[in-house]
Design a protein. Sequence first.
Length: 144
Amino acid sequence: MNLDNMYQEVILDHYKHPEHKGLSAKKDVQVHHINPSCGDEITLNLSMSGDVVTEITWDGIGCSISMASVSMMSGLLTGKTREEAQSILAAFLELMQSKGTESGDEVLLEDAVAFAGVSKFPARIKCALLGWMAFKDAAFQVVH
């Protein structure tokens, strides 16, 4: 199996079996983001304890890319400090802006490197970034 096929399988698996989907009643902040170009929507609840992301829950509707991306992001950032989460977010943003020239830092991004191929398609980049931008917005709203 080649790498592109493996990455497609990872994305489809997260789409079919999303992590942390279902909004928790307990939250520090809730944000709602919409991708106006395609209609994908994400509602994200963020809980933090001090400087640590303790829980990210979400619900949404949209394409496999947006739903799989927020699934991966929620699992990847839970348990991280704000600084670690910002570093991971920056690495994912850099990957998405690479236009397919970067493969991503697998140690930092884990399964999210599967979106490297998505960065070749400008119309899909916003889909992949939807949940990540919701997290960035939510994390900014949580008082330090």
